[in-house]
Design a protein around this ligand. Structure first.
Ligand code: AMP
Length: 580
């Protein structure tokens, strides 16, 4: 083992956060701040406005949530909110509100999400009971402001999260109106995955002398990462343990390290993988030095094949026989990725780096590719058929080995006795079946939904340029055509007219004006649950009782599958292809 003392780590305590927040972070198993957190939190605590470029998965939610909570007065607080967080979709509103609630538990933080699709009365009650932090989608925030039910006089900080998505969804005017309604003295924070000029303009209108933070730009020299086969799999969160199990079954690593974000994830995943028949060992900062040494001993002796670890615990570990590095989550910054995968492929040996990305995290993978200048191939999670083939191959190899190496003569009488009754091939088949079952057989597996990675733009910044790929209708770089969509109104009747590339499919949603559905509800539900962003969604037509939404042909199954997991306006809606 060698130690990397050169790495200087900052702790959450170094960032100046209150004890109640530090204890919440320890309980959650966060071991150290991510780069966006280290860079933003001290400025935000100091009250500065901030313009940050960061995508989902970088830890940006905690980067703004912790400073918001840090300023909450101890003891009894007023009824009106002091912080407003604006997010593009209902799903994100729920996610952010859960995160703020978790971090602010020991402070008694009162958090209310408000979004379209939930009865307004429930939100009114929650607002009336007193609230510290409101997380809202812009449309619903405007509704409440108009009704006079979202008091903004005491707002000290406003956060625009995923601002590019909000603009893409046509919320520009709503954002302006909401910000105008808050006190001028407020602190304003804007996070966006991309920085097109419309975001810069929005920032110029509403931010005062902001700190600019751009995470992970020029860190690694292109080509400086080791030569390693790198692949990524897009998998919904709930299927990640099963997907990883399958990928490992097919890859058969001699020794692998699997990186997780938190201690809890490390513990849970080691349990799952042990249940799957792997010898997996957990390693994290919550373990004593002795326990960690024991684990490392087992890994080095080859009695454990998988080491499941947090970055902090694995820092400085050098394991010679490592063949695979697995990122169970996309690392929060490209440096972390480069650092992790640098553990394999050393000294001319072959190495494999595998990354699991949730649908919303595909951008982080693209960003890593751009910064490192290395290709990460998006692969499909092995299907049940792939697994079966692989297991058959293993059985074949095991039998071949046995035929070459073993003394099989003592079984001859069994075969000879059976030949009186059965054909020789049938006897062999029965023996193969037993051998196959002995090495695992074909266990029951459920199919994991296939999620196509979003088109690799190769030009990360282009997404944000308004209407670019829609208006000119030029084919994308891969020659297969990029955006699509017939001429017509985009979400919220925005000005971006979209030209068809022929591969758009109209989905029929059995919900319409009679249920008060708006384009933003449909876009929000789709963008929130699938790998599509607002811009990938084409024309939307809403009639009294149903709506038609254009989505890319290749994403039809993904959208239909995703809608089964969510609701629109509180209703379970199953879309289908439009019938003519
Ligand atoms: P976000 O980019 O805010 O969507 O966060 C991505 C994920 O990282 C969430 O699941 C967070 O719970 C997790 N996370 C955020 N900060 C940290 C940290 N410092 N250590 C470990 N996990 C974190």
């Amino acid at each position: 083992m060698s130690t990397d003392d050169a790495e200087q780590t900052q702790t959450f305590a170094d960032l100046g956060l209150r004890d109640e927040l530090l204890s919440a972070l320890t309980t959650l198993g966060y071991e150290e701040p991510t780069p966006i957190q280290s860079e933003s939190i001290p400025h935000l605590i100091a009250g500065r406005d901030l313009l940050g470029q960061a995508a989902t998965g970088t830890g940006k939610t905690a980067a703004f949530a912790l400073p918001i909570l840090d300023r909450l007065q101890p003891g009894k607080r007023g009824e009106e909110p002091s912080a407003l967080i604006l997010v593009p979709t209902r799903e994100l509103a729920m996610q952010v509100s859960e995160a703020v609630h978790k971090y602010g538990k020991d402070l008694g933080a009162r958090v209310v999400p408000i979004y379209g699709g939930q009865p307004i009365s429930r939100q009114l009650q929650a607002l009336r009971r007193g609230v510290d932090v409101v997380i809202a989608t812009p449309g619903r925030a405007v509704d409440h402001i108009k009704r006079g039910t979202l008091p903004l006089d005491f707002i000290e900080i406003v956060v625009l999260d995923e601002a590019d998505e909000m603009l893409d969804m046509g919320f520009a005017e709503d954002l302006d109106a909401i910000l105008e309604a808050t006190p001028e003295s407020r602190q304003t924070v804007l996070f966006s995955a991309t920085m097109p000029s419309k975001i810069e303009k929005l920032a110029r209108r509403h931010l005062t002398d902001p700190i600019n933070i751009r995470i992970a730009r020029e860190i690694a020299e292109p080509g400086s990462a080791p030569k390693v086969r790198q692949s990524a799999y897009v998998v919904p969160r709930s299927h990640k343990p099963a997907a990883l199990g399958r990928i490992l079954d097919v890859e058969s690593p001699a020794a692998a390290i699997v990186f997780c974000r938190t201690r809890h994830e490390v513990d849970q995943l080691s349990e799952t993988l042990n249940g799957r028949g792997y010898r997996a060992e957990a390693l994290h900062g919550g373990m004593s030095q002795e326990a960690r040494d024991r684990v490392m001993g087992r890994v080095r002796a080859g009695t454990a094949e998988l080491l499941i670890a947090t970055d902090v615990a694995a820092r400085g570990l050098d394991i010679d026989q490592l063949t695979h590095v697995v990122n169970y989550d996309v690392p929060s910054a490209p440096e972390a990725y480069v650092h992790r995968i640098g553990r394999v492929g050393r000294a001319g040996r072959e190495g494999v780096a595998i990354t699991l990305a949730e649908p919303r995290e595909h951008r982080l993978v693209e960003n890593i590719q751009r910064v490192t200048g290395q290709k990460i191939a998006f692969e499909k999670v092995p299907t049940i058929a792939d697994l079966r083939n692989r297991r058959m191959e293993l059985t074949l190899a095991t039998l071949r080995e046995s035929l070459i190496d073993d003394d099989l003569d003592r079984y001859r009488t069994i075969v000879e006795t059976l030949t009186d009754e059965f054909d020789l091939v049938e006897i062999a088949l029965a023996a193969v079946k037993l051998a196959h079952e002995a090495v695992g057989g074909d266990e029951d597996e459920t199919e994991i939904p296939e999620i196509a990675p979003r088109k690799q733009s190769g030009n990360y910044e282009d997404r944000g340029k308004p209407g670019k790929s829609f208006k000119d209708g030029k084919p994308s770089k891969d020659g297969k055509g990029g955006k699509f969509g017939k001429e017509g109104k985009g979400p919220k009747g925005d000005k971006g007219e979209r030209l068809s590339k022929g591969d758009a499919v109209r989905l029929y949603f059995p919900i319409g004006r009679s249920a008060h559905v708006r384009p933003g509800d449909l876009v929000g539900a789709i963008a929130g649950e699938t790998s599509l962003s607002g811009k990938d969604i084409g024309a939307i037509e809403i009639t009294e009782n149903f709506s038609l939404v254009e989505v890319p042909g290749k994403s039809v199954e993904e959208v239909i599958g995703a809608m089964k997991r969510t609701t629109i306006k509180g209703l379970k809606i199953t879309p289908r292809r439009e019938r003519f």
